[in-house]
Design a protein around this ligand. Structure first.
Ligand code: UGA
Length: 426
């Protein structure tokens, strides 16, 4: 099939590459020409394991990038929309890009004779597809949804750092349709026909809500284990063993029970804030979601408390390893590591910093810190080291007898820990 993917962030680019791998002809559309040129040069504009290699394979064959949305809509049968829906100050999602793209698609559909299917992948508050996207497309195209064009809401569940793997092997695919629209449903199902996972058919609002409920549940599970971890730390109990014991219960499951310096990224904090905003607007106080955010906000500072306990907050050289919100990504959005750095800048310490892929991004925020090209140089320059995101290479350094405070459990329960080691919750 000929498919366009509009908006090439993590979700869009990975979706496009996955569709090309499944032998579809794909055009990626973005307003950012620099990104478009990079993709056409077989280079990923973002760090994601395996993505550069896949682009080498498909660009020039069945995937190309362009800024020309009109040409892409006219020459494809399906468009995936994966533009971002960032948070506004109060937590509400900002739908400017989504509205703009819906308007542009509508304008092109006015001239297009053939049926076109629109698949919304962006994370949107329940009601957005029905109340915002459909009316804008209909108004600008003069056409009628279901009769002249199709619309589906199919949220994305991929994780940064393992995005390709996740998009090719999803746990489930959710397909939200309007009024039991069989034609749209069958077209999208044909794309996923070789996927070995459950496909759940829902209405538009249910699909939109499944995404929020999934992300806020996972975030709540993390704040829960971090809270248990904080209690365990005071009791001198190892949270990792406790989590292992809990995870063996099938009702609980072993995933998302790794305590640490708190969750970050472009999704969990944003989605929590958006759902809290919407619930509050509807007159409901979502206390559990608020508590999830509150626990998470304080969690990075547990590492500062530990430093204080070791009297390492005065006149010390502090090494920071890892700046991203988790390992295997260059994404620093809402990274707990940056919160730790901000807090340490108020103390009487000197910072030495390394990250395998994201230093250039952090330099734009904190230009005057001591950045080191190699992780070992950070260890060698510092009196103590904080590990703030999980990269396997951090387990292979020679920490000598320097104090290492691990905020991400990079060493696991194994015996290769540095001599002088302490975990944030273990
Ligand atoms: C998350 C969801 O996991 C995806 O399913 C979803 O598609 C995505 O948001 C999205 O909405 O686009 P992502 O933000 O890429 O994916 O990263 P996660 O792997 O979920 O990690 C989120 C944060 O939780 C990271 O800071 C990570 O270090 C932390 N985490 C995760 C823990 O502290 N402990 C864990 O056990 C797991």
């Amino acid at each position: 099939m000929n498919i366009s993917v509009i908006g090439v962030g993590y979700v869009g680019l990975v979706t496009a590459a996955m569709l090309a791998k499944l032998n579809h002809n794909v055009i990626c559309i973005d307003i950012n020409k620099e990104k478009v040129d990079k993709i056409n040069n077989k280079e990923s504009p973002l760090y994601e394991p395996g993505l550069n290699e896949l682009l080498q394979e498909v660009v020039g064959k069945n995937l190309k990038a362009s800024t020309d949305l009109k040409d892409a809509i006219l020459n494809t049968e399906i468009s995936f929309i994966s533009v971002d829906t960032p948070s506004r100050k109060e937590g509400e999602i900002y739908t400017y890009s989504l509205k703009k793209v819906s308007e542009q698609i509508g304008n092109v559909l006015k001239e297009k004779k053939d049926y076109h299917l629109i698949v919304l992948k962006s994370t949107v508050i329940p009601g957005t597809t029905e109340d915002i996207v459909i009316p804008i497309v209909e108004e600008n195209s003069g056409k009628k949804v279901i009769k002249d064009f199709g619309i589906i809401m199919s949220p994305e569940f991929l994780r940064e750092g393992s995005a390709l793997q996740d998009s090719l092997n999803p746990d489930r695919i959710v397909i939200g349709v309007k009024d039991n629209d069989k034609k749209s449903l069958e077209i999208l199902k044909s794309i996923y026909k070789n996927f070995n996972c459950p496909i759940l058919e829902t209405n538009l609002e249910e699909a939109e809500m499944i995404k929020y409920a999934s992300n806020t549940f996972l975030a709540t599970k993390l704040s829960f284990i971090n809270e248990i971890g904080n209690i365990c730390k005071k009791l001198s109990v190892n949270t990792n063993t406790v989590a292992k014991g809990m995870g063996l219960d099938k009702r609980i499951g072993p995933h998302f029970l790794k305590a640490g310096i708190g969750f970050g990224g472009s999704c969990f904090p944003k989605d929590l804030n958006a759902l809290i905003y919407k619930a509050t607007e509807l007159g409901f106080n979502p206390r559990l979601l608020r508590a999830t955010l509150e626990v998470n906000k304080e969690q990075p500072f547990r590492i500062i408390e530990l430093m204080d306990k070791h009297n390492t907050l005065k006149n010390k050289k502090v090494g920071i390893l890892g700046l991203t919100f988790k390992g295997e990504t260059d994404d620093i959005r809402e990274s707990s590591a940056l919160e730790v750095i901000k807090a340490l800048l108020l103390e009487d310490v000197e910072l030495f910093i390394h990250d395998p892929v994201a230093m250039h991004k952090v330099k734009t925020i904190f230009p005057h810190l001591n950045y080191k090209d190699k992780a070992q140089e950070v260890v060698d320059s510092s009196d103590l080291v904080l590990i703030l995101s999980e990269w396997p290479e951090f387990t292979k350094l020679d920490y000598k007898d320097k104090l290492v405070i691990d905020g991400k459990n990079v060493f696991g329960n194994g015996d290769k820990k540095p001599k002088n080691y302490e975990g944030i919750c273990w």
